[in-house]
Design a binder for this molecule. Structure first.
Ligand code: DGI
Ligand code: FE
Ligand code: FE
Length: 187
């Protein structure tokens, strides 16, 4: 695989972040026994839409006529995931729906996420260079119970966004409500 175009778009540092996400995601993939090739592709390309600043991402999205929801417009930091899904499909020729969803929902999460989506979300949150408060708890939980680690990561994210008075994307809230609900259900 040649990642020249990707590195030109997102820069070497973000590419290295994506490689760390890949290592972390592969570890999780082995624990939860899922398709490692899909994990590799989703990890490498998860931030392929993060081209420059948030303003640049919005400009490119507009130029390419990519539709954004009202929620997306209120959460501009999330728009790189929408652009990412578009570029993954149209520039990097990724057609696998599960991989495209993992790219689209890697920042907010969503209800009923697939295992691949959860692994990419958590690996992005816990890759070795992440050092925000609470990350170690998420890291440990992710190796035992990925749904539990989703609750911890979503809760941290919501608390962080609240502390800064930043709009919480509906997908983030819906994902949190979904995971606490399935945890509460005794089957
Ligand atoms: O792209 P990365 O830096 O690797 O990480 P990411 O895709 O998780 O993006 C993190 C950014 O997204 C950070 O600035 C917080 C922001 N974010 C996450 N969830 C939400 C959000 N921003 C808004 N407005 N609403 C959310 O629900
Ligand atoms: Fe991202
Ligand atoms: Fe990332």
């Amino acid at each position: 695989m040649n990642y020249k175009d990707l590195i030109l778009d997102i820069g070497l540092e973000r590419y290295k972040h994506s490689l760390r996400v890949m290592d972390t995601a592969l570890e999780l993939g082995k624990i939860y026994k899922t398709n490692l090739e899909n994990i590799k592709i989703a990890s490498i390309y998860h931030d392929c839409g993060k081209i420059g600043s948030t303003e640049e991402v919005l400009k490119i999205t507009d130029r390419r006529n990519i539709k954004l929801s009202k929620e997306d417009l209120k959460s501009p930091e999330v728009v790189h995931t929408i652009l990412g899904r578009y570029l993954a499909e149209h520039k990097y020729n990724i057609k696998d729906e599960d991989i495209l969803n993992a790219i689209e929902f890697h920042t907010t999460g969503r209800p009923k996420m697939s295992l691949l989506e959860k692994i990419i979300y958590i690996a992005d949150y816990t890759e070795p260079n992440r050092d925000f408060s609470g990350v170690e708890k998420v890291r440990e939980a992710s190796k035992k119970d990925i749904d539990n680690s989703m609750i911890l990561a979503l809760k941290n994210t919501i608390d962080y966004l609240k502390s800064k008075d930043i709009h919480i994307h509906k997908n983030t809230l819906d994902a949190y409500n979904y995971f606490i609900e399935i945890k509460g259900v005794i089957i």
